[in-house]
Design a protein around this ligand. Structure first.
Ligand SMILES: *[C@@H]1O[C@H](CO)[C@@H](O)[C@H](O)[C@H]1NC(C)=O
Ligand SMILES: *[C@@H]1O[C@H](CO)[C@@H](O)[C@H](O)[C@H]1NC(C)=O
Ligand SMILES: CC(=O)N[C@H]1CO[C@H](CO)[C@@H](O)[C@@H]1O
Length: 488
C-alpha cells in the first residue's frame, strides 16, 4: 500500500530546475564493502512494558505494512532486531531482605525479573517466576512472529538480591560496582537461564546476550536513579564475561542456537574503546560482538573504535541511539557519521515510544497514551525500509550519502541528506556496470527534516541518464533512491 504515501501530482521534472554551481555529485564506490547489513531494531524494555500487547504497534515497528496510528497511515519500519531487557526488580523477599529502589523510578522502568530469590538456580523451582514481564515478552514474541530474526538479551542491572545495596538503580556513588563479587557467576546464570528457558518454552532464540548496560558510567546511583543501572569495573566485566561464556557453553540448546556474548554496551565510542582495550585477551576472545551506544553523538572517535574492533576480528553494532530532537535532524546527522566512520552492521533505536522528543512516537509510557508521530519516525523510515539485511553497505562517495547494494536483486539503494540550500544532487553510477540501467526509472522517497513538510512521499520521476541520476533537494531534506538492474 505504498500509494498511500504518493503525493498524487508529482513535481514532475527535475530537469525544470537549472543546475547551479552549488550542486553536489556523489560517486558511489561500487566495489567498496563497509560490511553486510544485519538490520534495524529497537530495544524493548520500558515502551514494551507499557504497550507490549498491542498488535498495531508490533505491525508498525516489525513489518513494512501500512499501519494507522493516531489517525495517520504510517509506513511500517520493518525492523528485524529486538533487544529484550531482562529485568532486575521483584517484590519478593530473599534472606530477610526486599528490594530497595529510588522513588524517582517510575513503574514502567521497574522491569520485573524472573529470578526472584537466590535460593535455587533451578528454573522450575519457586525461586523463579516465569509469569512476570508479560507485556515486554508479548512484544518480543510479536516481533519474532512478524519476522524479527535477530533477538538480543540485555541487562540494565543484575537482580536486586545480587546487589550490595539491593538497589537496582545503582550503588551509592555510581562509581563503584554494585554487583556483589560473590554473585558474578549468578548474574551469568541468570541471563543464560533466561535465554535457555525462553528458547525451551517459547521458541525465542537469542542470538546474543549482553550482560551490561553502560557499565563504565558513574551515573547509576541508588538515591537518584530513575531507571535500572549498574556500574562494573572493567575487571569485573571480564569476570562476568568469563562466567557467562561458561554458562552458555554448558547449555547445549544455547550452543546449538549459536548464542554468543556481545559487550559492553558502553555509552560512548571512546569508552567502548577503553573497555575493549582493558578487558584482556581472554574476555575479548569470549566476546563475539562489540555493542556501543551513540550518546557521544558527533563527538569522540568512531573511526578509532571501528579500527580496534576490526583488528580484534569482532562485529560492531550501534546497539542504542536516542536523543530529544523530535525533528530527526540530529538522528540523521549521526546516522551519516555512523555509516561513514563507524560502519556498524546494525543500528538499534533505544525507545521507539517515549516522551520529550526521544520517541519516534511521542507517547506517555505511564498513562499508555500516544500523543503524536514525531517527524523522526518518517526520517528513520527513509533508511530502515530500504537498507535491508543482507545488503552490502558501500562507500557513498560523500559525507551526506549512504549507499547499499542488494547482490541478488541487483538493486542499489542510496540515502542522501542535503544540509545546504535547495540544490540538485547528482548520483554518479560510473563505477558500476551501468549500461543496462541507462533509462531505468529511479524510485525515490522524500522526507523533510523538521516538524512538517514531506513525509515519506514517493515519486517515480527520475531516470538514469548518462550513467547518473539527479534529484532536487530542499534544504534539510532526506531522500532515498532505489535503482534496479545495477550490476557491479
Ligand atoms: C543473608 O543475610 C545476611 C545478613 O544480612 C548476610 O550476612 C548473608 O551473607 C546473606 N546470605 C545470602 C546468601 O545472601
Ligand atoms: C522456532 O523458531 C524457529 C526460528 O527461530 C523456527 O524456524 C521454527 O519453526 C520454530 N519452531 C516452532 C515449533 O515453532
Ligand atoms: C509519565 C512519563 O512520561 N513517564 C516517563 C516516560 O518517559 C519520559 C521520557 O523519557 C520520562 O520523562 C517520563 O518520566
Amino acid at each position: 500500500m505504498r500509494s498511500t504515501f504518493r503525493l498524487g501530482l508529482v513535481l514532475a521534472a527535475v530537469a525544470l530546475f537549472p543546475l547551479s554551481a552549488a550542486d553536489l555529485t556523489a560517486t558511489i564506490e561500487a566495489k567498496s564493502n563497509f560490511g553486510i547489513w544485519e538490520g534495524w531494531g529497537t530495544s524493548l524494555a520500558w515502551w514494551a512494558t507499557a504497550f507490549g500487547t498491542r498488535d498495531d504497534l508490533a505491525d508498525l515497528f516489525f513489518t513494512t505494512k501500512t499501519v494507522t496510528i493516531a489517525g495517520q497511515a504510517l509506513p511500517g519500519l520493518g525492523f528485524n532486531i529486538a533487544r529484550y531487557n531482562a529485568g532486575a526488580c521483584s517484590s519478593s523477599t530473599y534472606n530477610g531482605s526486599r528490594m530497595v529502589i529510588s522513588p524517582k523510578t517510575v513503574p514502567s522502568r521497574k522491569v520485573q525479573g524472573f529470578w526472584i530469590d537466590g535460593a535455587s538456580s533451578d528454573p522450575t523451582s519457586k525461586s523463579w517466576d516465569w509469569s512476570v514481564d508479560a507485556a515486554q515478552r508479548a512484544m518480543l514474541e510479536k516481533a519474532r512472529d512478524r519476522g524479527a530474526d535477530v533477538l538480543e538479551l540485555f541487562s540494565n542491572s543484575p537482580m536486586w538480591w545480587m546487589l550490595n545495596n539491593h538497589n537496582p538503580g545503582g550503588s551509592p556513588t555510581g562509581a563503584t560496582d554494585n554487583l556483589q563479587s560473590r554473585y558474578h557467576a549468578q548474574h551469568a546464570v541468570y541471563l543464560a537461564t533466561v535465554a535457555s528457558q525462553l528458547l525451551a518454552t517459547r521458541n525465542l532464540t537469542f542470538q546474543a546476550i549482553d550482560p551490561f548496560n553502560e557499565p563504565s558510567a558513574d551515573w547509576w546511583k541508588a538515591d537518584t536513579g530513575k531507571q535500572e543501572g549498574c556500574h562494573f569495573s572493567v575487571a569485573s566485566q571480564a569476570s562476568v564475561i568469563g562466567h557467562l561464556f561458561r554458562e552458555i557453553q554448558s547449555r547445549p540448546a544455547l550452543v546449538r542456537a549459536g548464542t554468543f556474548i556481545s559487550a559492553s554496551d558502553e555509552t560512548s565510542y571512546d569508552s567502548a574503546l577503553a573497555t575493549l582495550n582493558g578487558l584482556g585477551a581472554t574476555a575479548v576472545s569470549q566476546v563475539t560482538r562489540v555493542n556501543v551506544h551513540g550518546y557521544q553523538y558527533d563527538g569522540g572517535r568512531r573511526d578509532g573504535l571501528a579500527a580496534a574492533v576490526g583488528k580484534a576480528g569482532k562485529r560492531l553494532w550501534q546497539s542504542e541511539y536516542g536523543e530529544g530532537d523530535a525533528t530527526g535532524q540530529r538522528m540523521a546527522s549521526n546516522m551519516l557519521l555512523d555509516f561513514r566512520w563507524m560502519r556498524p552492521t546494525a543500528w538499534v533505536y533505544w525507545q521507539v515510544m517515549d516522551g520529550g522528543g526521544w520517541g519516534l512516537l511521542d507517547s506517555d509510557n505511564e498513562s499508555k497514551t500516544i500523543k503524536a508521530v514525531n517527524q523522526k519516525f518518517w526520517v528513520l523510515a527513509q533508511w530502515a525500509r530500504h537498507i535491508r539485511p543482507g545488503m552490502r553497505v558501500l562507500d557513498g562517495g560523500g559525507d551526506y550519502v549512504v549507499a547499499a547494494y542488494d547482490e541478488k536483486r541487483k538493486k542499489l539503494v542510496v540515502v542522501a541528506v542535503n544540509w545546504g540550500n535547495a540544490q540538485v544532487v547528482n548520483v554518479d553510477l560510473k563505477k558500476f556496470g551501468t549500461p543496462g540501467v541507462e533509462g531505468a526509472v529511479v524510485k525515490r522517497w522524500v522526507t523533510q527534516i523538521g516538524t512538517g513538510g514531506s513525509r515519506y512521499a514517493e515519486f517515480g520521476d527520475v531516470k538514469v541518464s548518462g550513467g547518473k541520476f539527479s534529484a532536487r533537494f530542499e534544504k534539510n531534506a532526506v531522500q532515498t533512491f532505489e535503482v534496479e538492474g545495477v550490476v557491479v
